[in-house]
Design a protein around this ligand. Sequence first.
Ligand code: ADP
Ligand code: ZN
Length: 753
Amino acid sequence: MIGTGKRYIAVVLPLKLGWTPYYEVLPEDNVSRGDWVRTVFANREYTGIVYRTDVTPDAAPEKIKPILSVERHLSPVSGNEIRLWEMVADYYLCTIGEVFKAAYPSMKISEEQALARARERENARRQKLLATLDLRMHRLEERLEKKKEKLSSATGKPSSRKDSARLQDDIVRMEQMISETRLKIDEITSGAGLQPACGTSGTVRDCIVLNEAQRNAFTEITGTFRDGKPALLKGITGSGKTEIYLELARETVMAGRNVLYLVPEIAMSRQLGDRVRNMFGDLLLTFHSGESTAARRDTAEAVRSCVAGGRTYIVLGTRSAIFLPHNNLGLIIVDEEHDSSYKQESPAPRYNGRDAAVMLARIHGCNIILGSATPSLESVFNCRCGKYRMSVLDRRYYAAEDAEVRIIDTAAERRKGGMTGSFSRKLTAQMAQTLANGEQILIFRARRAFSPVLQCPGCGEIIKCPHCNVSLSYHRAPDRMTCHHCGYSAPFTPECPECGTRLQGLGSGTQKIEEETALLFPEARIARLDSDTPKAQARQIISDFSSGKTDILIGTQIISKGFDFPGLTLAAVISADSLLGVQDFRADEKALQILEQIRGRCGRRDRRGCFIIQTYQPEHPVYRHLSEGSSETLYSALLDERRQFGYPPFTRIVNITVKSGVEEKAESSARTVAETLEECLGHPGSENGHETVSSPFSPPIDKIAGLYIRTIRVTLRKDRQLTASKRLLAAKVDELDRKLRHFCQITADVDPE
Ligand code: ADP
Ligand code: ZN
C-alpha cells in the first residue's frame, strides 16, 4: 500500500483454480475475511468469498480489477468454515474453490439474492414493528407507574374511594396490555413463523436408561472425549449404539452445544429420523443431497439463525452437512462409519465424510464418535495405534442371539442335483419352514436387473453398451437393455445383431430371483427393492415389510441398511461370491461389512435368526469368519495382509485417473503422467523409496460414457515425507493437467474406495 488508498484482497471463486485471484477494494468497502463479493473473472461474473484482506499484489496493480460489489445481504462465511475448506482441499488435493462450490452448491446468485432481499425486507418489517411495540411498551409502563403513584397517594383519603377503584381497574387493564405487548415482542424476537423453527433445549425428551453394557461403553466414550480423542464404537447390530449416540447428543444439547449426526444415506435415516425427532423435537434439522436446494438452504439458514439466536440444534444429515455454517459444535456422530457412501466420487472434492468430520471436530475442538458393527480397517488401525479409542458392545439389547450362519456349497449342491435355478434345496426348505412359522425372509443379491449379461448362444457375442465397455443388463417389464454405468437404455431386441440367433440371458439379477421365488412359493407375498424401484414406492415396500404385510423381500444392498424388521428370521445371500470377485484390496473388507449388515437385520428381539450364504468358495476366510464369529482374528488377518502388500492404512493411496474420448490419447497421456510422476516421486526398486508409481492400467471397466479410462496408482508411505510428497504430487498433477488439458482430463483421488 503506497498511500494510494487502494487495497487488495484475495478472493475464493467457485472454480477449479489453484490460486486465489486478487481484486481491488475501496477502504470504505470495509471488507473482511468471509464476506461475499461480486467479481469478474475471465469475463464472467462470480460471487466469491474474501479469503485474505490487505494482500500485496505480485502483479502490476493496474492490472488488478476492482470488485463489483460487496454482498452485504449474504451472511459472511465463518473462519471455521474456511479452515475446513482449506483442510479438505489440502488433504484431497483439490482447490479451495472446488470445496467452496461443494459447500455452497446453490449459489445461483440471482436466486440467492432474491431470497436474501426477501429476508432483508422481512427483517426490516420486523424491526419496525419491534420499534413500535417497544415504544408502546415504554409509554404503557410510564403511565402504569404514574397510575400506581396516584393510587398510593390516593389510598387512605376517604374522598377518593371511587377514584381508587377506577385507578385499580386502569392498572389491571394496563398490566394486561403490557403483558400482551411483551408476548408480541417475544413472538417476533424468537422468529416464530419466519425462520424454520429451531426450538430451545426445553423440548428435549427425558434421558434414556442405558443397560449395563451401554453404561460401561458410555463411560468409556466420555473418558475418550476427555482425553481429546475420537471414539470408535464397535457394536453388533441391535446392541444399542443408536441409543448411546442419542444419549451423548442429549447431554451435549443440554449443555447448550450443537450436534451433527452424520449418516451415509438418508434412506436409512428415515426410521432414524423419527427416533431423533422423538427425542429432540424441533431442535432437529435434516440435511441431505436428495433435498431440494431450497430445502437445503433453509437448513443452512436455520443453522445460522440458531447460532445467531443462541439456540441449540441437532443436524441429521449426509456427508455434505459438514459444510453447514456450524458453530459451537459439541459433538459429531458418524453412524455406519465404514460405509463407502461417505466417499464422494465425483466431482472434486473427492472427500470421505467420515474423515472430513474428524477434521471438522478438530477445528471446533469438539467430541466425535464413529460407530459401526463392522468398522473400517482404517478406523480399527487408528485405534490400534492410539489415535482413536475403541469401545465395544457385543451383546444385543434384546437378548436374542446372533443369527446362526449356514454356508451352502453351491457346487456340491449342484452335483447332487440339489439346485433349482438359483436356490439350493437347503435354502428352499428353510424358507418353507420360515413361511410356515409366519415369519419373514430377506433375499440378497448384489446385482439388479433380470440378467446381468446377454449372450448369443450362436456366435458367442455379448451385447455391450455402445458407450461403455460393459455388457448391457436385461430388464423385464418393460423389456429393456440397460447400462448400469452411463444410463443408456434401449428396447430389448431378442435376436443377436451379428447372426440373428435368439439371445440368452446369463446370470440372475434381483428380477429373476423374484420370478424364481414366486414360482417356488406361489402363495407368498413377495416384494423387490433395488435402485430400479421408484423412491416413493421404496418407502412403501419398506414399511409393508416392517409391518409384516409382505413375506419375502428381495433386493440389493439397499435392503442391508439400518432397517428394523421385527418379523425377519431368515436372511439369505444368493451368489455371495460376486461380492468377493472384484480385483480390489478392499473387496474382502467390503464383503464382510455387507454380510454382517445383512446378518444383523435378522432375528432381532426374541427369535434367533438364520443366515444362509450360497457360495462356490465355502472355505473363504470371510465366510469362515462369519460362521465362527472371530472378528478380531479376521481384522488382524486383513490388516496383516494390508501391511504385507503395502496397502492402506499402512500407506496412503492416490489414484490418478486419466480420461479421454480417444483411446490412444488416454493411453499416451497416462504414460506421460506415470513417467513424470515417477521421475519426481518414485524411486523404483530402491529400498528407502517413499513412493511407488504404478504403470498405467485399465480399471475393470475401462470405458464409461464414451470416455476411455486409465489409472495410475501412487502409493505414498506414511512417514515424515508424506505431506511434502503429497504437495509435490498435487503440484505435478496440476501441471500435467494444464499441459495435457486438450487431450484428456486428469483427476486425483485420495483414499479411493
Ligand atoms: P444399534 O444402533 O446398535 O443397531 P439400537 O440402538 O437401534 O441398536 O438398539 C436396538 C433396539 O434396542 C432398538 O429397538 C432400541 O430401541 C432398543 N434399545 C437399545 N438400548 C435401549 C435402552 N437403553 N432402553 C430401551 N431400549 C433400548
Ligand atoms: Zn454405458
